[in-house]
Design a protein around this ligand. Structure first.
Ligand SMILES: Cc1ncc(C[n+]2csc(CCOP(=O)(O)OP(=O)(O)O)c2C)c(N)n1
Ligand SMILES: [Mg+2]
Length: 180
């Protein structure tokens, strides 16, 4: 189900298979416009990476979301300051990424992306807010959070753990769950 890039044929709830950076938000904007035109009240959720936000297509999509007043669009930014080959701030700094979404007309909420309660509370807060503004949940995260050998290591961007690494990861995550 989570074999690599989000796959709409394998993963329930995923409507678009992506992998080419920037396209997910453009597709989400199209879905948001379709909902408005068809008078449907579904919401569209898009997850983008901080490295992905270096793509121009993101900002073309963002200004389109503003133009069509897509208050049914929720964009999560996975702000982990890492991308496939290094530190985002070093590869190509995004410069005030959350403020950028705000400047493009989004209601923006900065949260700890590892705090499920904060995620749920924020989603509840913005549920069905019909103010004509698209929403951005700017989530500060740590890549590989909770797995000792993966944390903050960009090399794990697209690599599967081997059997031993997998077992250690599950053990560590299980221990943390028990402490919750
Ligand atoms: C259009 C496009 N250009 C380049 C790539 C190669 N690429 C794959 S992932 C990646 C970096 C993504 O970084 P980020 O969005 O921060 O994701 P994270 O590593 O944090 O999961 C790049 C440049 C791509 N997939 N698509
Ligand atoms: Mg990243």
């Amino acid at each position: 189900m989570l074999q690599g890039h989000p796959d709409m044929k394998k993963c329930p709830g995923i409507d678009i298979s992506t992998g080419s950076l920037g396209q997910g938000l453009a597709c989400g904007v199209g879905m948001g416009i379709a909902a408005k035109r068809d008078n449907k009240d579904y919401r569209v959720f898009v997850v983008v990476g901080d490295g992905e936000c270096q793509e121009g297509e993101i900002w073309e999509a963002a200004q389109t979301a503003h133009k069509y007043q897509l208050d049914n669009l929720i964009v999560f930014v996975d702000n982990n300051n890492l991308q496939i080959d290094g530190i985002t701030d070093e590869v190509m700094p995004n410069i005030h990424l959350g403020k950028k979404f705000e400047a493009f007309g989004f209601d923006t909420y900065e949260i700890n992306g590892h705090d499920m309660q904060e995620i749920v509370d924020t989603l509840e807060r913005i549920k069905m807010t019909k103010n004509g503004k698209p929403k951005c949940i700017f989530a500060n995260t740590v890549k590989g959070n909770g797995v000792s050998y993966m944390e903050n290591e960009c090399c794990w961007h697209g690599v599967a753990p081997n059997k031993e690494e997998y077992e250690l990861a599950i053990k560590e995550l299980d221990e943390q769950l028990k402490m919750c």
